[in-house]
Design a protein around this ligand. Structure first.
Ligand code: ME8
Length: 516
């Protein structure tokens, strides 16, 4: 049976500035999830992009003396470049200013308006709006300081009053609660689910979904002067990316509803309340799951321009390389919790796990094979209890990683693989193949074979996390591209004795500590 196709997305970032490490983190994590599913043999589609409309874009552009389109073009190019330097395997990059997206957004609007229930109606919006969040807030959600009011994010809100269209969100309360009830995995992590359930239970107000005071947005069909509220169009990107409204499209047929939307914890409400309600209203199937990751801080502090601690992800990759940066964030941060970046933590993590644990095991076994086995995969003999124990542990670690990745517990999945690598290092040290060289060359060959085959088995899942380094390791073991699959990582003794191996080279250099 072929496994089900898998559709995964990131949030689409506002290109009102250059990408920061929060954006990089989301791309990296979603990429690890997408790559892992591909390794598991699932046909996978991975979408990322930029969210280019809204008042925030207008204000930033005005302040910079350029048009919103110029601002969007400039920064969208940087987000695309970021995906490239991070070695992210997205299948498409969507920009919400593209014609295909205008078409999709206008069509979902028409369906929401034209459904028998008529979920869109005209009225006047009077209330608070936060430009930074691009969100409306109720009076009781705000705090007051020095005569100003602030949203929970800390952004200032302004009073707006304008004629707009509303979406009848209040009518969806019961259906949303039923959705959460019947799909306990719809919102992850679990704590987030409880938050959303109590928010919805406390009562939903109708949502203002058009704006009339500026024009940088998608025109509302048949309503001159109205552009869509940026979140209506932003969320629609997930279906534009599959060719909606062409429902005969192959991508649409294969991949909708999405398996997973990966987002940050600040935008859960939009993805687990508004988006499923819009989809239900338009008569479209609702996505399967939303996973909210945490926020990154730098040296224990919130990133901010005024603190001068904003980390440029391009600089990080330039200094440490994409694999080291990817590995650090994936392994260090419990996915779903907040995390912290520091140079010290990155250096420690990468040196311990990649340079010492993985790098040394590969280096030591491959250089012994090169010297003592004619540079060819050695012949192996019967397995001792120590060999059996190692093989079993490796198999269990890969299975554990697979089930953890199905729940997006990325850090634990890597932990399982790294644990097995440590056991392999212990095995190598305990077997002392260098001492067997004279006393028992056949056993030496078996130990080297078993170690090399273990590197193969564990490098395969590592392709999801450190794609370039893991591929380089597999190249050194002469593992063909088509054999780089989890199903074959689960099988032992796949290296073919006698296969010529390339001259071994280091895969992971240690990061030298900078003098303070
Ligand atoms: O919210 N750490 O765009 P955005 C981790 N356009 N993640 C962070 C972060 C941090 N410090 N700061 C932001 C938007 N993020 C909307 C999304 S989706 C249809 C529309 C995450 O550029 C944030 O949580 O403000 C979000 O998932 C993503 O980066 C883009 O944030």
């Amino acid at each position: 049976m072929t496994p089900k196709p898998f559709y995964v997305t990131t949030a689409i970032a506002y290109p009102n500035g250059a990408p920061h490490i929060g954006h990089a983190y989301e791309m990296i994590a979603t990429d690890a999830i997408a790559r892992f599913q591909r390794l598991a043999g699932r046909e996978t589609y991975f979408l990322t992009g930029t969210d280019e409309h809204g008042i925030k874009m207008v204000q930033t552009a005005t302040a910079a003396g350029i048009t919103p389109r110029e601002l969007a073009d400039r920064n969208a190019a940087e987000f695309q470049r970021l995906a490239g330097v991070l070695n992210v395997s997205n299948d498409d990059f969507i920009r919400t200013t593209e014609p295909r997206h205008h078409q999709a957004s206008q069509e979902i609007w028409r369906r929401m308006a034209g459904n028998n229930n008529g979920d869109i109606f005209q009225s006047t919006y009077k209330g608070w709006y936060s430009v930074r969040d691009e969100a409306y807030f109720d009076e009781d959600e705000l705090t007051e300081r020095d005569g100003k009011r602030f949203a929970p994010s800390g952004a200032e809100v302004n009073w707006v009053e304008e004629p707009t269209y509303f979406f009848r969100l209040s009518a969806y309360q019961d259906r949303l609660l039923e959705l959460y009830e019947t799909n306990p995995d719809f919102i992850a992590p679990r704590e987030r689910r409880n938050e959303i359930i109590s928010f919805v239970k406390s009562g939903l107000q109708d949502l203002s979904i058009s704006r009339t005071t500026f024009d940088w947005g998608i025109p509302v069909p048949d309503a001159p002067g109205h552009v869509m509220y940026v979140w209506v169009d932003a969320l629609t990107n997930y279906i534009t990316g599959l060719g909606f409204p062409d429902e005969q499209n192959e991508l649409w047929q294969k991949f909708w509803p999405a398996d997973l939307h990966v987002i940050g914890k600040d935008i859960i409400r939009f993805h687990t309340v508004y988006w499923p309600a819009f989809l239900m209203s338009a008569g479209l199937p609702v996505q399967h799951r939303v996973f909210a990751h945490g926020f990154l801080t730098v040296d224990g502090q919130k990133m901010s321009k005024s603190l001068g601690n904003v980390i440029d992800p391009f600089d990080l990759v330039e200094e440490f390389g994409a694999d080291a940066v990817r590995y650090f964030f994936l392994r260090e941060v419990s996915f779903g919790q907040d995390g912290d970046y520091s140079r010290e933590k990155l250096t420690n993590r990468v040196n311990a796990d990649l340079a010492n644990n993985l790098g040394n095991l590969a280096q030591r076994s491959l250089s012994m094979i090169n010297k003592n086995c004619d540079g060819k995969v050695p012949q192996f003999g019967h397995a001792t209890p120590a060999d059996e124990q190692l093989e079993q542990e490796v198999g269990e670690a890969i299975q554990a990683a697979q089930s953890l990745m199905d729940q997006q517990l990325i850090h634990d999945a890597i932990g399982a693989i790294i644990g097995a690598l440590s056991s392999a290092n212990n095995y190598f040290a305990a077997q002392e193949p260098w001492a067997l060289k004279k006393s028992d060359p056949e056993r030496m060959a078996t130990v080297l074979y078993r170690t090399a085959d273990t590197v193969r088995r564990l490098a395969i899942p590592m392709l999801a996390f450190v794609p370039a380094a893991a591929a380089k390791l597999l190249d050194q073991l002469a593992v063909p591209e088509e054999d780089r699959l989890l199903a074959l990582a689960l099988v032992r003794d796949r290296l073919v004795p006698g296969t010529e191996l390339p001259a071994p080279q280091g895969v992971f250099a240690r990061i030298e500590r900078k003098a303070e």
